[in-house]
Write a protein that binds this ligand. Structure first.
Ligand code: NAD
Ligand code: WQD
Length: 342
């Protein structure tokens, strides 16, 4: 079976994808600098998956660290494709430190592509985001909707897509799966890996999880006058294990079809902030107290995917619902109240 290199391998989405790839029979090499993750993830992968993680600690902007990964891959017949997850991802922080985001996210992608070329590997899966649609003009969002960035983080995803498209145009050996994730949430069903944000969570579900476990008093609901059924923001939450399986499907597509692919990875179902808080309350057996607060700058009323193309092209669709997302998040949060360091 093919060997896959994961960058950002100990991060939230990559760690779940690592398990999905092993389940599907792939060999995996991981690289991460731990800039936003913990080495304990490797112990948990060993424990859940019963395998020895093949891992290089290093920054993807460091060519020698990437060369070590390709070297490690030789024991499995050589790296066949790369899934490039490594990036900084906090929208607010990207506005404060735009140059750091360009350096890490664009510099990192460039370095990964250069290493791939050095080693004769041309299949890459790129972690893109629904953020490339900016404020959507119509819903649900299809892949040919207009693209625009509304913050430096989003700009790095847009520029990343453009850079890869240009590469494809110049050299037909490159094939890219552009995966535009909607709102990844939840955790592995084992409860042993999950999302472990540093500091105050920016995203809704990790914040709600910390309210549920008693680390925060209440959820601040950012705006209740949006043009949505209950006035609170609507998003397309997708279980991280469904998302992980989407990467397996994308790798199969690249290998079988030998062509590039751009797909939304979402469920197609929008839920409001209050829907999610209510569902989480049921999952943890305790109502989530909410306080209405002003809108958060830059937020849109509603954002959800049309996931039809992902199904038609790769036969993939999300299987897990909002209840699974909350139950699995709660299992992770309640048994690891302080994340990996607890
Ligand atoms: P994460 O922060 O948990 O994972 C990213 C990993 O990359 C971390 O482990 C971090 O240490 C590592 N990393 C960052 N820069 C690095 C570098 N230069 N060298 C080596 N390692 C580096 O985030 P995540 O939520 O798992 O996101 C994974 C990818 O998916 C990112 O590209 C992100 O932009 C994208 N994405 C995430 C979301 C989301 O809401 N979580 C949505 C859409 C897209
Ligand atoms: C969801 C909803 C908030 C926190 C972000 C990035 C996007 C992508 C996914 C990477 C909104 C509301 C939130 C809170 C709240 N990441 N909310 N109280 O903004 O859709 O997307 O993560 O690519 O680029 O922008 O996700 O989880 O932050 O917010 O009321 O404490 O929850 O206003 O309506 P968002 P989110």
């Amino acid at each position: 079976m093919a060997c896959i290199l994961l960058t950002g391998a100990t991060g939230y989405i990559a760690s779940h994808t690592w398990l999905a790839l092993k389940d599907a029979g792939y060999d995996v090499i991981g690289v991460d600098s731990y800039v936003n993750s913990s080495p304990i993830v490797l112990n948990r992968l060993r424990e859940i998956g019963g395998f020895e993680p093949q891992f290089v600690q290093g920054d993807v902007r460091d060519a020698s660290a990437l060369d070590r990964c390709f070297e490690l891959g030789k024991q499995f017949g050589g790296v066949r494709a790369v899934i490039h997850f490594a990036a900084l991802k906090a929208v607010g922080e990207s506005v404060e430190r735009p140059l750091d985001y360009f350096e890490n996210n664009i510099g990192g992608l460039l370095s990964v592509c250069q290493a791939m070329k050095r080693h004769g590997v041309y299949d890459v899966v790129f972690s893109s985001s629904a953020t490339v649609y900016g404020k959507p003009e119509s819903l649900p969002i299809t892949e040919n909707a207009p693209l625009r960035a509304t913050n430096p983080y989003g700009q790095t995803k847009l520029m990343g897509e453009e850079m890869l498209r240009e590469l494809e145009r110049c050299d037909a050996r490159w094939h890219v799966a552009y995966l535009r994730y909607f709102n990844p949430v939840g955790a592995h069903a084992s409860g042993r890996i999950g999302e472990d944000p540093r500091g105050v969570p920016n995203n809704l579900m990790p914040y709600v999880a910390q309210v549920a476990v008693g680390k925060r008093e209440h959820l601040n609901v950012f705006g209740n006058d949006y043009d949505t059924p209950d006035g609170t923001g609507v998003r397309d939450y997708i279980h991280v294990c469904d998302l992980a399986e989407g990467h397996v499907a994308a790798l199969r597509y690249l290998a079988d079809k030998g062509q590039s692919l751009t797909v939304n990875l979402g469920t197609g179902q929008g839920y409001s902030v209050l829907d999610l808080a209510r569902a989480y309350g049921q999952a943890c057996g305790r109502e989530i107290p909410v306080v209405f607060a002003p809108r958060r700058p830059g937020d849109v009323d509603a954002c959800y995917a049309d996931p039809t193309h992902a199904f038609n092209a790769m036969g993939w669709k999300a299987r897990r619902g909002l209840n699974d997302m909350c139950v699995d998040s709660w299992r992770w949060q309640s048994t690891n109240p302080n994340g990996f360091e607890g």
